[in-house]
Design a protein around this ligand. Structure first.
Ligand code: SF4
Length: 68
């Protein structure tokens, strides 16, 4: 599945890293980034923890990208 990060919405709460530490990491200022790339969209394995991280982001800074 593909996930999009919207850094302007991130409040650096840390929740996504708690839920999916292998997917989400942070810049020095605490704003979310992917663990493996600094791109704002990435293809990641479909996984319950990652889906939970996306759904529980309090500001919707993480979004599932629908693919056709
Ligand atoms: S859960 Fe959302 S607001 Fe919190 S650090 Fe992750 S992306 Fe940012």
């Amino acid at each position: 599945m593909k996930i999009k990060i919207i850094p302007d919405k991130c409040i650096a709460c840390g929740l996504c890293h708690v839920n999916a530490p292998r997917i989400f990491d942070y810049h020095d200022n605490g704003i979310v980034k992917f663990y493996t790339t600094s791109a704002l969209e990435a293809e990641v394995p479909t996984d319950d923890h990652t889906i939970t991280a996306v759904k529980k982001c309090p500001t919707a800074a993480l979004q599932l990208v629908k693919t056709k």
